[in-house]
Design a protein around this ligand. Structure first.
Ligand SMILES: Nc1ncnc2c1ncn2[C@@H]1O[C@H](COP(=O)(O)OP(=O)(O)O)[C@@H](O)[C@H]1O
Ligand SMILES: [Mg+2]
Length: 337
């Protein structure tokens, strides 16, 4: 028995939300057979998941797989078509930049990592998920305007410095505080993942997470189970303690922690090269040790020369971010199971 027989038989079933057969809809996205366990694994894309239709299909598929074809087990995952067509199902690496604490340079790292990736011929986009402390549009020098829509009603992302961006800030009136509650926030994130016409050849999606380890991080987990994380801290103990917690939360959500970035590590005298450790020393190393991962960058305090927040690769901090981006590219992605 092979997957072809399974495909043929299941293909005849009808998805009542569209009135077409699963074969006509191209709904059968994956068929796997675990010979050892005599188990069939299916991924089926429906127009709309849930409800009576899904239940009915589940029963009919179980009847075919178990009774007609004699397998002892069946695992079905139903997904909505729009989700399958979104970036979530493409070969994109999702990297959450997290810190626990605000003001440590999370957005600075997110933006400059994305920029350095583009300098290394990768395509990168940013989702600004720091709803209450959104700063990425300003850092990329993008004025706050309502986004445009494509012909098929997808949201057009903003683009600057070769980086695509979507932020809740584009949906609020400038200067007005954000008052979205949990469910609305969740909806907003879903919208960013499924309804934005992101570059079809995106390599990296950088997510600027809000401080803390709350709702948004969990929401992200539900949408992108394979996200990786970079933990940002300053050398100060107060920041590193919270950053460790953020890292542990990422671990609990089974995100692969790529490493720790220590920002505002020191101030260097351009004449003498002498380093002043204004915020103390050791925060980055401590967090890395506690999380069992590497300290992958130490970024000194420095004003960007040409832009508001972006360092060009020929500036000292620009070089640091190119090194960080190279590291991120090289470490590849693996998932903790
Ligand atoms: N390495 C750095 N050198 C100089 N200024 C920095 C550096 N990193 C961050 N900043 C500045 O510190 C402030 C906080 O950084 P930001 O990236 O907004 O932090 P977060 O996103 O964690 O709240 C910003 O004004 C930013 O421009
Ligand atoms: Mg920020």
């Amino acid at each position: 028995m092979n997957t072809k027989t399974i495909r043929e038989k299941i293909g005849l079933l009808i998805d009542e939300t569209s009135g077409k057969t699963l074969a006509e809809e191209g709904a059968i996205r994956h068929i796997g057979v675990d010979a050892e366990k005599n188990l069939v694994i299916l991924v089926i894309a429906l127009h709309k998941t849930g409800g009576e239709n899904e239940e009915k299909l589940r029963r009919e598929i179980a009847r075919i797989v178990k009774l007609d074809l004699g397998y002892s087990g069946l695992k079905i995952q139903f997904e909505e078509k729009r989700k399958l067509e979104s970036i979530v199902n493409r070969d994109v690496r999702f990297i959450v930049v997290t810190s626990g604490k605000g003001g440590v340079g999370k957005s600075t790292v997110a933006v400059n990592l994305a920029y350095a990736l583009t300098k290394l011929d990768k395509t990168a986009a940013i989702i600004d998920a720091d709803i209450y402390g959104s700063s990425v549009p300003a850092m990329l020098e993008i004025p706050l305007e309502y986004p445009k829509a494509t012909a098929d009603q997808k949201i057009v992302p903003f683009r600057r410095f070769g980086i695509e961006l979507m932020s809740t800030a584009f949906f609020t009136e400038p200067g007005k505080p954000v008052i979205w509650r949990g469910p609305m926030l969740h909806q907003m994130l879903e919208t960013f993942f499924y309804q934005v016409a992101w570059n079809k050849h995106l390599d990296f999606m950088i997510i600027d997470a809000p401080p803390g380890t709350g709702d948004v991080t969990l929401d992200l987990k539900n949408i992108v189970p394979t996200a990786e994380a970079i933990v940002v801290t300053t050398p100060h103990l107060a920041a590193s303690d919270v950053a460790t917690k953020a890292g542990i939360a990422a671990r609990q959500l089974r995100q692969n922690v790529i490493g720790v970035v220590e920002n505002m590590a020191y101030l260097e005298n351009p004449q003498t090269g002498e380093r002043d450790y204004i915020f103390g020393q050791g925060g980055g190393e401590t967090v890395a040790e506690k999380l069992g991962c590497e300290l992958i960058a130490q970024i000194p305090l420095q004003q960007p020369e040409n832009h508001l927040a972006i360092y060009e690769p020929d500036e000292p901090n620009g070089k640091k971010f190119i090194e960080l981006a190279s590291y991120v590219i090289a470490c590849g992605n693996y998932h903790i199971i």
